[in-house]
Design a protein around this ligand. Sequence first.
Ligand code: DHK
Length: 145
Amino acid sequence: MAKRVTLLNGPNLNLLGRRQPEIYGHETLADVEAASAALAAELGLEIAAFQSNHEGALVDRIQAAREDSAAIIINPGAYSHTSVAILDALNAFDGVVIEVHISNIHRREAFRHHSYVSQRADGVIAGCGTEGYLLALRRIATLLG
Ligand code: DHK
C-alpha cells in the first residue's frame, strides 16, 4: 500500500496564484496539489492535502496524521513565525516532516527569518517557488526508502 503524505498549507495559501504573484508565483493551490499528487504516484506515495486559515484546524490535521501518514509536508504560512501549538503538534508526530516556504524567507522582513517549525523539521526548503513542494516529496521518498 502506498505510504501517505499529509500536505498541509496554512493561512492565505488558499489564495496562491492570486496573492502577491511576484512573491508566491502564478500557480494555484489546486495546481500545487495536483502536481504533488501526480509526483507522489510516480514515487509510490499518496497525498492527503489540506489547507486552513485556522491554527487549531492545522493542529487537528497534524494530530490525525499520527494515525495515517508516514510524512508531513507543511507550509505553515505566517504561523511559521508565531505558532508554538503547531510546533508542539509536529513534535508529537513520529514521521518525516519537511517544511516548505515558497519564498526565501531569509531575504524578506526580519520577522520572517525565524520559524518555530524548523526546530522539528527534518528538512527545510525555502525560495524554490512552488517547486519546493515537489522537492519535499522527493526528499520524503528518499528518507522513507
Ligand atoms: C508563506 C506565507 O504566507 C508567509 O506568511 C511566510 C510563506 C512565507 C512562503 O514563503 O510560502 O512568511
